[in-house]
Design a protein around this ligand. Structure first.
Ligand SMILES: [Zn+2]
Ligand SMILES: [Zn+2]
Length: 336
């Protein structure tokens, strides 16, 4: 189980991945909690999970022409209604880079029909891919795997993973070993062993940090508690799971294909995740206190998603959660 620490994170700490909850609301958005949209940022990429109604405005500060890919969990409007607006806004603001959209196969006609019905052409190429279980996207040491979940109709969850193949290059170590700056530094940084004029062999390990542990972030989409989520979330750093209801409304959860907070927490406990973030809870629970309380009885390392809450996974494995009011909380680097 993760040990919680309250500490200051050095400002210069290099962060690996940042998650911004652009929308954490239920099916009916409120002033404070908009439709689901979760933005994961890593280096040059914006990776968006679901595109609820307010996504077009909330994503704009994070870049309209960055490399980007979208994963839609399912076709229900609270997860997709913002997609067409997003395409329109990006076009009006002159996006040029291609945009790939992944989701269950019934998403393809939905997007095409919506575009045709309101005559949206985009200023950039868009491709919609219908996907099933398995790895669906891979780029620069990042991978996304889709897995079927149990909702009403076709629905997917997604597991994002990242594993560095090489650690950070350390110029001071190269200098200390007498490696001249230039092409030899480049070779070492890209993983090649080199030989100096005096015959010494310098390996990349001599001048780089270890690649560090990989990381995994799993998003359930809308679902009943299911084995596929449990398997996908095994040992994940973060599980973002829907928790539409408390146990008091367990029958509704069953009828409507959703999870209770307790059920989401049980999945987190069985999967040995570091941090559970509950999202998409019904507005009937106001600030979500009862949702959080129910989950923490089963899995104490649980927090609630809030709109514009940011989670960073730092290079040393620390999880840092920043609320919109600036309140900062961090979780220790590794499992205890
Ligand atoms: Zn939903
Ligand atoms: Zn749904």
């Amino acid at each position: 189980m993760t040990t919680e620490l309250i500490s200051c994170i050095p400002h210069l700490c290099y962060h690996m991945v940042e998650i911004i909850f652009l929308g954490s609301g239920g099916s009916i958005p409120t002033e404070k909690r908009r439709h689901p949209a979760i933005l994961l940022r890593h280096e040059a990429y914006n990776i968006l999970f679901d595109a609820g109604e307010s996504v077009q405005m909330r994503i704009e500060p994070y870049g309209i022409n960055r490399k980007m890919v979208i994963f839609c969990s399912h076709r229900h409007p609270d997860h997709t209604i913002g997609l067409v607006g997003l395409l329109l806004r990006f076009s009006l603001l002159g996006r040029q880079k291609p945009l790939d959209i992944f989701g269950p196969k019934d998403l393809i006609p939905w997007v095409r029909m919506a575009q045709e019905a309101i005559h949206i052409g985009t200023s950039f190429p868009t491709t919609v891919y219908g996907v099933e279980n398995g790895f669906v996207w891979e780029q620069d040491e990042m991978k996304v795997r889709a897995f079927e979940v149990s909702h009403r109709g076709l629905a997917l969850g997604f597991a994002f993973s990242y594993q560095r193949t090489r650690g950070k290059f350390l110029p001071e170590k190269a200098r200390a070993l007498g490696v001249p700056k230039g092409a030899l530094w480049g070779k070492l940084a890209s993983g090649e062993t080199i030989f100096l004029d005096d015959g010494r062999r310098i390996s990349p390990h001599d001048v780089t940090l270890s690649p560090g542990h990989g990381l995994k972030i799993v998003y359930s989409g809308d679902t009943r508690p299911c084995d596929n989520t449990r398997t996908a979330a095994k040992d994940a750093d973060i599980l973002i799971h829907e928790a539409m209801y408390t146990e008091e409304h367990g029958t509704l959860a069953e009828e409507r294909g959703h999870s209770t907070a307790k059920q989401a927490a049980e999945i987190a406990a069985m999967s040995n995740v570091r941090l559970l973030i509950l999202t998409h809870y019904s507005p009937r629970y106001y600030d979500g206190a009862s949702i959080l309380e129910e989950a923490r009885e089963v899995f104490p390392t649980t927090i609630l998603a809030r709109d514009m809450m940011t989670v960073r996974l730092l290079y040393d494995g620390t999880l840092e959660v920043r609320q919109p009011d600036g309140h900062l909380r961090s979780f220790s680097a590794f499992r205890g």
